[in-house]
Design a binder for this molecule. Structure first.
Ligand SMILES: *Cc1c(COP(=O)(O)O)cnc(C)c1O
Length: 398
C-alpha cells in the first residue's frame, strides 16, 4: 500500500482554490514554507531492522523514488484532495497514466468501450499497443449515452471518455455513464485534462477514476511533461501503485515540484482562461467569416445545458469552422502575431492550430470527415493574455 493517500487533516468544506494552495503540504524538519524538491533516488533507514520493516510494508515510509518520493507525494496528495479522490498516482506523462491504468485493470480477453475522438495517442495506445495483448475496443459517440450501454459486453471492464472532447467540444453525460457503468459492472474513467478539478470533478459525478495529463493546465505554463491517475484506495492506491512500483513509469521530483506549484494557482488561472475563452467564443460567433463555433459556453451548443450542469465553466479550448476552408484557416493562422502556432494547449500563451493538417492529419480524410473535422477548422487554446489583444490578433486574419 502506498503512502500517497489523501491527508486526514483536510477540512472537508474547503473549496478547490484552498485545497490547491494548502492540501498535501509536506514540510521537512527545516520548516520551509514553500514545498522543497527532494532530489534523491533513495532513502536511508535507521537500522537493518527498520529497512526490513519498510520493505515488508510493516512500517510505512519512503524507500526509493521510483515509487516513494516526498515531492511526488506532495503533488499526489494535493491533486487527490482537489479531485475528491482517496489516492493519486503520479506518472511520467499523461500517456503513461493511461497505460498504468490499463495495465492495472485489464487482462487478455477484456473489452473496453471508448469515446470516438479521444486524444490521438490514447486511441493509438488502445489500438496498436494494448490491442496486441488481446484486449478489444469498441468506439461510440461520446454524447450518445444509449450507445455506451449497447456497446457493453459481458467481458467489458472499462468505459473511457474525455469530456469535453478536443477539438469539437462534445460533452459526455458523466452521471448517466456512471449509472450505466454501475448497472453493467464496469469502471468509468474520465480524462479530465481540459476541465481540471477546478471546473469539473468526475468522481463526485459518479466516475470511478480520473486521468490527467499534468502537462496541460495543471502545470499551466508549458514547462514539463507528467500525468496522474486519481481514484479510490484499492484501484489507484494499490493496483495502479503496484504497476508504478514494478514497471516504473514514475514522475521526477523536479517535475512534481513544478506541478504542485502549478496546482497552487490552478483555480484562479482556470477562471481567467474561461473568462477570456467565453468572450472570444461569443465574438467569433458574430464574425461573418466564421461558419460555426464549437464551445459549450455558447447557448446554441447542443449540450450547453448538460455542460452547465456538470462543469462550473466551459474551459479554454475554442474551435471554429471558417467558411473559406483550409486557405482561410492558413491565412488566419499566418496573420496572427500573438497566438503561438503550436499543437500544445493549456499554457499561459494562447495557441492556434489547424487540426486537419496537424493533430488529425494521420487519421486520414475519411475518419476526419466521420469525426466532423472540417478543412476550415481552427482550434484555439486561450491563454492568459488580455482578451482584447487576442481579439485584435484574430481580427487581422479574418
Ligand atoms: C495531452 C493529452 C494526453 C497525453 O498527455 P501527455 O502528458 O502528453 O502524455 C492525454 N489526454 C489528453 C486529453 C491530452 O490532451
Amino acid at each position: 500500500m502506498s503512502d500517497n493517500s489523501k491527508p486526514t487533516d483536510l477540512d472537508p468544506d474547503w473549496g478547490t482554490a484552498t485545497l490547491g494552495v494548502r492540501a498535501g503540504e509536506m514540510r521537512s524538519e527545516f520548516g520551509e514554507h514553500s514545498a522543497a524538491i527532494h532530489a534523491t533516488s533513495s532513502f536511508v533507514f535507521d537500522s537493518a531492522e527498520a529497512a526490513a520493516r519498510r520493505f515488508s510494508g510493516e512500517e510505512p515510509g519512503l524507500i526509493y523514488s521510483r515509487f516513494t518520493n516526498p515531492t511526488v507525494q506532495g503533488f499526489e496528495r494535493k491533486l487527490a484532495a482537489m479531485e475528491g479522490g482517496d489516492a493519486a498516482v503520479a506518472t511520467a506523462s499523461g500517456m503513461s497514466a493511461i497505460l498504468s491504468l490499463l495495465l492495472a485493470t485489464l487482462r487478455s480477453g477484456d473489452h473496453i468501450v471508448a469515446a470516438k475522438g479521444l486524444f490521438g495517442s490514447t486511441t493509438g495506445l488502445l489500438n496498436n499497443i494494448i490491442g496486441r495483448f488481446g484486449v478489444t475496443v469498441s468506439y461510440v459517440a461520446p454524447a450518445d449515452t444509449d450507445a455506451w450501454r449497447a456497446a457493453a459486453r459481458p467481458n467489458t471492464r472499462l468505459f473511457l471518455a474525455e469530456s469535453p472532447t478536443n477539438p469539437l467540444c462534445e460533452i459526455s453525460d458523466i452521471p448517466a455513464l456512471a449509472d450505466i457503468a454501475r448497472d453493467v459492472g464496469v469502471l468509468l474513467a474520465i480524462d479530465n485534462c481540459f476541465c481540471t478539478p477546478s471546473l469539473q470533478k468526475p468522481l463526485s459525478l459518479g466516475a470511478h477514476l480520473v486521468l490527467h495529463s499534468a502537462t496541460k493546465f495543471l502545470d499551466g505554463q508549458g514547462r514539463a511533461v507528467g500525468g496522474a491517475v486519481v481514484g479510490d484506495a484499492k484501484i489507484v492506491g494499490e493496483d495502479v501503485f503496484s504497476v508504478l512500483r514494478t514497471a516504473g513509469p514514475c514522475m521526477s521530483p523536479f517535475n512534481a515540484w513544478i506541478f504542485l506549484k502549478g496546482l497552487e494557482t490552478l483555480d484562479v488561472r482556470m477562471q481567467a482562461h474561461c473568462q477570456r475563452a467565453e468572450r472570444i467564443a461569443a465574438w467569433l460567433a458574430e464574425q461573418p467569416a466564421v461558419a460555426r463555433v464549437y464551445y459549450s459556453g455558447l447557448p446554441d451548443h447542443p449540450q450547453h445545458a448538460l455542460a452547465s450542469r456538470q462543469q462550473s465553466a466551459h474551459g479554454a479550448i475554442v474551435a471554429f469552422d471558417l467558411k473559406g476552408g483550409q486557405p482561410a484557416a492558413f491565412k488566419l493562422i499566418n496573420a496572427t502575431r500573438l497566438f503561438s502556432i503550436t499543437a500544445n494547449l493549456g499554457d499561459t500563451r494562447s495557441t492556434i492550430t489547424h487540426p486537419p493538417t496537424t493533430t488529425h492529419y494521420r487519421i486520414g480524410p475519411e475518419l476526419r470527415a466521420e469525426a466532423g473535422i472540417n478543412d476550415g477548422l481552427v482550434r484555439l487554446s486561450i491563454g492568459l493574455e488580455d482578451a482584447d489583444d487576442l481579439i485584435a490578433d484574430l481580427t487581422r486574419g479574418l
